[in-house]
Design a protein. Structure first.
Length: 256
């Protein structure tokens, strides 16, 4: 991690670069690079830590005594995690933080953030102010989810969720930041039932996918290679692999 990278995180807003360097040692900071699906923290078993998402996305998951999981939130770059349940010492439920994608996170000693050290470092008060603001923003996000899941029917949940996404994007066209499985968990509903309801909503709206105007592919599908063109042909997988290996080893692009 770099000082410039940390300065871009809301938790470290308005903290001088020289203070950021001292902060890393004072707060026992360490960086972790979990792969997709890896668990980063699990409360209440985990040591009291505060996490900051430096790269990728992290899922906040609640798990009950029967092992049923519920997706509470998806945390993007700059978000903090682990602060509420660590501070409250909630022993009656399990909250886990799992890497949604290959990620990098910064882990800080939560106790050292709340209690100033003997050196009375200048950044402590500013960091606490920033953390309180981030906690308030996260609470608003959870209130929005509560508004969604409190709807009676699956269609009402979907419509409320989509309306919130449109408001956040400021447009009628937007990309949902999760797949069907994650969306069903977020809405606290069954994936198959949700998919059927989506299909009914599409038919009701008169959307004909076959006649929709062409558009650009989502990243990374918007980029293609010669190997990608022949991938679906007979023997194409092997040829694509060999072409990629030759170009990687030789450093030269094949022209035919």
């Amino acid at each position: 991690m770099t000082v410039e990278e940390l300065r871009g995180c809301p938790l470290f807003r308005d903290i001088a670069p020289e203070d950021l360097q001292a902060m890393l040692g004072c707060l026992s900071a360490r960086e972790a690079a979990p792969r997709r699906g890896d668990f980063i923290l699990r409360t209440p078993d985990a040591h009291p830590l505060l996490g900051v998402v430096l790269e990728g996305e992290v899922e906040m998951i609640s798990e009950d005594s029967f092992g049923k999981k519920s997706l509470l939130s998806v945390l993007p770059v700059g978000s903090i995690f682990g602060e509420s349940y660590t501070c409250a010492k909630a022993r009656n439920r399990t909250i886990a933080y799992q890497a949604r994608t290959h990620s990098r996170v910064l882990l800080l000693d939560y106790g050292r953030i709340l209690h100033a050290c003997k050196l009375v470092c200048r950044f402590h008060h500013r960091m606490i102010e920033n953390m309180v603001k981030l906690i308030a923003e996260k609470n608003l996000t959870l209130v929005e989810k509560l508004e969604v899941v409190s709807r009676t029917t699956i269609r009402e949940k979907l419509l409320t969720y989509l309306a919130r996404q449109a408001e956040a994007a400021g447009a009628r066209t937007f990309t949902i930041p999760m797949g069907r499985t994650a969306l069903a968990e977020y809405l606290c509903t069954d994936r198959s039932a949700m998919t059927r309801e989506l299909a009914r909503m599409i038919r009701t709206a008169g959307i004909d996918f076959a006649n929709l105007p062409d558009g650009t592919f989502d990243h990374p599908l918007g980029e293609s290679t010669g190997a990608g063109v022949i991938f679906g042909a007979t023997g194409g997988v092997m040829e694509a692999a060999l072409r990629t290996a030759v170009e990687t080893l030789s450093g030269e692009e094949l022209t035919h």
